[in-house]
Ligand binder design. Structure first.
Ligand SMILES: Nc1nc2c(ncn2[C@@H]2O[C@H](COP(=O)(O)OP(=O)(O)OP(=O)(O)O)[C@@H](O)[C@H]2O)c(=O)[nH]1
Ligand SMILES: [Mg+2]
Length: 380
């Protein structure tokens, strides 16, 4: 921005001058009073004048103009994309509702319950599981002659989740296990989650330490080490079962030892057995990390292959990368494995949510407020 000084008799005059001579984008930056003008025949009469500093924006270069244009186009595209995705969503929901209303559910579920059923199926929950969860959240309404939610939708469903899905969540900070091991396929976010968890343990007043068994990927180890160092926590790399045992001994004074493992494909039995050697002699709490965007079948496959370890619970990572989190419900409902936490992005340590029923209910209902404000619509 260029600046220039002009002398005027009032601010009003300055504004007019700006518009006339400097264009629409010029602005007044400051002003000060100067008594300058003397009238030749009346020397004692001085007129008060203002010295006004004005700012004149520089002409935008070709590159900046082009960039601005592109940003505008991208913004417009983003707007269109989000409108389109809203339209697709509402069409799919309507289709789902039509489907449900044609089926047997129409005979025995209230309209409100059917709408929630459609919503859950749309979010990826299997219909039979969604139906079971809804049935448990409902009671028989004599007037309707159908099942309807006992309380408001959110509360009723939350109660049903409590009965059918096991959640570990914040409890881990109270009943802190001594050695917590994260396992799972390659690239699901184990190392990132270890960093986030170690922060949460420290925040909960515990004294965590971290051991990584992943001595293959130097970059990954260094990244984790850097974060753990910032938190002033002990960190060890163990390449053999003996080194691992030694590191555990060295961390004797720690409340909890978080153990990161190298990603193993569920098909790589040899490597999985090797991992077993590390943990054999110790009492460990193994959590399996599953990316929330995996298909349900692949999730079962991974759980089965890692079944050679005493899996205590599940961590669902990359929740931010899926629009259909119903898989989480399906897998937790069927396996009855406790959910420990969800990770929701790449940022350490913020993008992690310790699992609780409130979060799970919201996750599945998504537009909770929209549904609740809809109340209990009259039967069609
Ligand atoms: N979008 C998203 N990305 C994540 C999340 N958690 C981790 N990532 C990213 O996923 C990639 C792999 O993360 P890592 O923590 O290295 O995964 P890992 O399971 O330790 O990988 P291996 O040790 O190679 O098996 C990195 O780019 C992370 O930033 C998450 O919750 N959401
Ligand atoms: Mg890793």
């Amino acid at each position: 921005m260029k600046t220039e000084k002009i002398i005027v008799s009032s601010l009003q005059e300055a504004v007019e001058e700006l518009k006339k001579n400097y264009g629409e984008n010029a602005v007044v930056l400051s002003s000060r009073v100067v008594k300058k003008k003397r009238w030749p025949f009346i020397p004692f009469l001085k007129t008060t004048l203002l010295e006004v500093t004005i700012g004149i924006p520089e002409e935008k270069g070709e590159f900046q103009r082009e960039l601005d244009e592109r940003v505008k186009v991208y913004e417009e595209l983003e707007r269109l994309k989000s409108t389109l995705s809203e339209v697709i969503k509402s069409v799919r929901l309507q289709e789902e509702e039509k489907e449900v209303s044609k089926s047997k559910e129409a005979e025995d579920l209230s309209l409100r319950a059917r709408r929630i059923l459609s919503r859950m199926v749309y979010r990826g929950v299997r219909k039979e599981i969604a139906r079971k969860l809804i049935e448990e959240a409902c009671g028989y309404d004599i007037e309707l002659g159908k099942l309807d939610f006992k309380e408001e939708v959110h509360e009723s469903l939350l109660g049903s989740f409590r009965k059918n899905i096991v959640i570990e969540g914040e409890r881990i900070f109270e009943e802190t296990p001594r050695i917590v091991v994260l396992m799972g396929p390659t690239g699901v976010g184990k190392t990132t989650t270890i960093a986030k968890l170690s922060y949460l343990f420290k925040r909960a007043g515990k004294r965590p330490g971290v051991i990584t068994l992943d001595s293959y990927r130097v970059g990954a180890v260094e990244q984790l080490r850097a974060f753990i160092n910032i938190m002033e926590l002990p960190f060890r790399v163990a390449g053999t079962p003996d080194e691992f045992l030694k590191s555990v001994e060295e961390m004797e004074n720690r409340d909890v030892i978080l153990v990161d493992t190298a990603g193993r494909s569920q098909h790589d039995k040899l490597r999985l057995n090797e991992l077993r050697l590390f943990l054999e002699s110790l009492d460990t709490h193994v959590y399996l990390t599953l990316s929330a965007n995996l298909s349900e079948l692949v999730m079962y496959e991974v759980i089965m292959q890692f079944g050679m370890f005493p899996i205590k619970g599940l961590i669902f990572s990359k929740l931010d990368e899926t629009s259909y989190p119903g898989n989480v419900i399906n897998v937790a409902y069927r396996t009855k494995l406790p959910i420990l936490c969800f990770t929701t992005g790449q940022t350490v340590p913020d993008d992690i949510v310790m699992a609780d029923y409130e979060f799970l209910t919201r996750l599945i209902l998504e537009e909770k407020h929209e549904l609740e404000s809809a109340g209990n619509p009259p039967e069609a």
